[in-house]
Design a protein around this ligand. Structure first.
Ligand code: GRG
Length: 304
């Protein structure tokens, strides 16, 4: 899972075991949350399961669980939040791949939802996954504290909507063929990719103190952007079979990226700068923030 240009000092086996445990936990929770493919409407339920299960690194769920461990958020609340964030993410990928958006045939190493099923189904899959995310997070008795539950719903709604991910996607679509400045690119990605990553951390940190939540927010803002810079680097450096999605897509679509604006070497330096800021933000936590630090390393080192 190494990309060759970022080397971390992570204690690898313990972290790898933690990641595998949490990846299988979120898979299990999602499996039980999604309706059975035998339940009518069967095609929609089958396509929802196809799009949300059995793929993806689950970075957002991992960030949510790590922040929950750090801030001692109840594990049942962390499960609901991690599922909700992964469902929103899965919906965004399904819609992003549709012909009216990025028009991509490959996602997570298999045909994208509209290719495997059809466009109308893919549209409904995205809609229904988004609703399911809010259904899980708003479940009665999910949290003893109703105001905390309302706050969590607010975080996810804001991160997903027009001043979050959907807004970032709108700016992205409008940017094709335009020469953006680095600041414009950054603010687009803060919304498109960063908002949901930040929500994942903040939902996990829901039971934290004010100081902890402020530190978690700064960590997430920086690592969310670093995630996107690494994504742009991988778009250039990795191949399609490793990525599980079409490599070189952004460059070929005439989309501004960190690599087109900064060049490959400066983009790598910028990712390292954002990573360093994320790690500094964790300093109030001391050694207890080791999982978030390891996840930051994981994001930087990833090869897909
Ligand atoms: C359609 C409202 C709407 C939004 C789409 C997130 C997004 C906005 C589009 C995805 C396009 C893309 C490739 C963005 C770059 C960063 C990103 C989100 C990559 C995919 O996330 P990973 O690498 O995917 O975490 P996995 O498959 O591992 O879950």
């Amino acid at each position: 899972m190494k990309n060759g240009w970022f080397v971390a000092d992570t204690s690898e086996q313990d972290f790898a075991d933690w990641v595998l445990t949490k990846q299988s936990r979120i898979e299990h929770k999602l499996n039980h949350t999604l309706a059975s493919a035998d339940l009518a409407p069967e095609k929609l339920h089958s396509a929802m399961r196809y799009s949300a299960l059995g793929g993806g690194k689950r970075v957002r769920a991992l960030l949510c669980y790590a922040a929950a461990e750090l801030c001692e958020t109840d594990i049942a609340i962390a499960d609901a939040a991690a599922c909700a964030v992964e469902l929103i993410h899965a919906y965004s990928l399904v819609h992003d791949d549709m012909p009216c958006m990025d028009d991509d045939d490959l996602r997570r190493g298999k045909p994208s939802c509209h290719k495997q099923y059809d466009e109308a189904t893919a549209l409904l899959v995205g809609d229904a996954l988004q609703s399911l995310a809010f259904e899980i997070l708003s479940k009665p008795q999910q949290v003893d504290n109703a105001s905390q539950q309302m706050h969590m719903l607010h975080i996810l709604a804001q991160a997903s909507g027009s001043i979050g991910m959907a807004g970032g996607q709108a700016i992205d679509l409008a940017s094709v063929g335009k020469a953006l400045t680095q600041a414009e690119l950054e603010s687009m990605h803060q919304l498109k990719t960063g908002a949901l990553i930040q929500a994942a951390v903040l939902l996990g940190a829901a039971s934290g103190s004010k100081l902890q939540i402020t530190a978690a927010r700064t960590f997430a803002a920086n690592i969310g952007l670093a995630f996107q810079v690494v994504d742009d680097i991988l778009d250039v450096e990795a191949d399609t079979s490793t990525l599980g999605k079409t490599a070189g897509k952004d460059a070929n679509s005439n989309k501004p990226t960190y690599v087109t604006i900064l060049g490959l070497d400066v983009a790598k330096q910028h990712a390292q700068h954002l990573y360093a800021n994320a790690i500094i933000a964790l300093s109030p936590f001391g050694a207890s923030a080791h999982r978030l630090k390891e996840l930051a390393d994981f994001i930087m080192q990833r090869s897909f």
